[in-house]
Design a protein around this ligand. Structure first.
Ligand SMILES: [Zn+2]
Length: 197
């Protein structure tokens, strides 16, 4: 991967961990944990993260956990988890699209989701949706109020937090060509940067 990044003059700022369970029929492993068993999952998350943070620190990598729409991905839950476990070194990746799917009143969703995490946010995922499902659209293609959202993001105490577009490729007969989707993403990012600066 390092070679490919160099060949395309790309810098790796953020890498998503796998989002599905690490299970394989060919591999010997313990039974997967049920997501219903929050306490057991929490303990497993703690010991995994404790190890990961240690190794990542030696490699100069910051481990971030991300807000999602699940019970354990709720910003208040994540904050309590970090405070209670005292996993120093653990940071947050603020996902703005997921925040916009939270249960708060529409115009407060991003601000209220950002508040518990703000001082430990080390990276941001940018994408848009219509407040109903996780669409991963380019900014301005959904209903997020981007000028207001930018104000919230800029309230973070740390400057130069990497902002990463996290888009889903549209597929199927109706979908524009990949090059066109990338061009649209670039236009969205340019518009975003205009408001940002
Ligand atoms: Zn994300």
């Amino acid at each position: 991967m390092a070679d490919a990044l160099e060949a395309h003059k790309l810098q790796l700022v953020s890498l998503h961990g796998p989002t599905s369970r690490d299970v394989s029929a060919m591999r010997e492993s313990a039974m997967p944990l049920s997501i219903c068993e929050v306490e057991r999952v929490r303990d497993a998350a703690f010991s995994t993260l404790e190890h990961l943070i240690l190794h990542a620190h030696h490699a100069g990598v910051t481990v971030c956990i991300e807000n999602t729409t699940s019970e354990m991905g709720d910003p208040n839950y994540l904050r309590a988890f970090v405070d209670e476990t005292r996993l120093t070194g653990l940071r947050f990746n603020f996902d703005i699209g997921h925040a916009y799917l939270s249960d708060f009143q529409e115009d407060e969703r991003i601000e209220k989701s950002f508040a518990p995490l703000h001082d430990l946010v080390s990276s941001v995922h940018l994408h848009d949706n219509h407040g109903e499902k996780d669409e991963h659209l380019p900014p301005y293609d959904g209903t997020i109020d981007w000028p207001a959202a930018i104000k919230v993001l800029k309230s973070a105490p740390q400057s130069n937090v990497p902002l990463v577009l996290e888009l889903k490729e549209r597929t199927g007969p109706e979908a524009p060509a990949a090059a066109e989707q990338i061009a649209a993403a670039k236009r969205a990012l340019d518009r975003f940067e205009e408001t940002w600066t």
